[in-house]
Write a protein that binds this ligand. Structure first.
Ligand code: DX5
Ligand code: ZN
Length: 221
């Protein structure tokens, strides 16, 4: 049976004066994941939010907090995000000298460990790490900003990683992040992604309706 593809709305595109209400609305619409983009202004040329926002949201939501750390030397903050209530903590392969050690550290805190790669990073940077990972995140835009165009040339990378994950016979979520809308969601799903991050295409107007439309598009194939 075909696996159902999930949409993870990215809080980055939400209205920050309304995030409690917006996440509740999404949860009521059947959403399971909330993608939390953490940016330090060094690894990426933008600053977003940190663990205090995760901690404030935690008591209001049962959503799976899918935390995407776009920060240099993320090992310094793993415990802070785990304590704040993150469920999945994803770090960038390019951001740490010993990604396997960081992934092991995340699991040791009882959290799911994710590894992400920027568009220019080859799959060979993460394939040797699959045994330490619960999630692999393929960036389909340059990390740093919402609202960018989907890089279709990343589709072969998604396919390659789908194959490597299937071959490993491990339970690893394959996530794709950046430029997902109703046209690109089916393409990423067809290439083998299980979880699609969507920021601007969800928080543009009615977030629950957009979430449902994207879920339907991703599962239409
Ligand atoms: C970009 C972030 C994404 C971003 C996606 O660095 O990692 O999660 O919020 O936004 P959209 O869906 O608008 O491309
Ligand atoms: Zn992200």
């Amino acid at each position: 049976m075909k696996k159902r593809v999930r949409i993870a709305p990215s809080l980055l595109s939400a209205d920050f004066s309304e995030i409690g209400r917006q996440t509740e609305t999404l949860e009521k619409a059947g959403c399971e994941y909330l993608h939390l983009d953490v940016m330090d202004g060094i690894f990426v040329p933008n600053i977003s939010f940190g663990q205090v926002v995760v901690r404030s949201l935690r008591p209001c939501s049962k959503l799976i907090f899918d935390t995407h750390l776009m920060i240099t030397d993320p090992e310094r903050y793993i415990k802070a995000f785990a304590d704040a209530g993150a469920d999945i903590i994803t770090v960038h392969a390019e951001a740490c000298p010993d990604p396997a050690g960081v992934l092991r550290g995340i699991r040791a805190l009882g959290k799911k460990a994710g590894i992400s790669l920027k568009p220019a990073t080859p799959t060979s940077a993460v394939i040797p790490l699959l045994e330490y990972a619960d999630l692999v995140l393929v960036m389909t835009v340059e990390p740093g900003f919402g609202g960018q165009k989907f890089m279709a040339d990343m589709l072969p990378k998604i396919r390659e990683l789908r194959e490597a994950i299937d071959l490993s016979e491990r339970e690893i979520i394959l996530e794709c992040d950046g430029g997902i809308d109703i046209l690109t969601a089916p393409r990423a799903a067809e290439a083998g992604a299980d979880l699609l991050v969507a920021g601007s295409s969800v928080f543009r107007g009615d977030e629950a309706a957009n979430f449902l439309l994207l879920t339907a598009a991703a599962n239409a194939g």
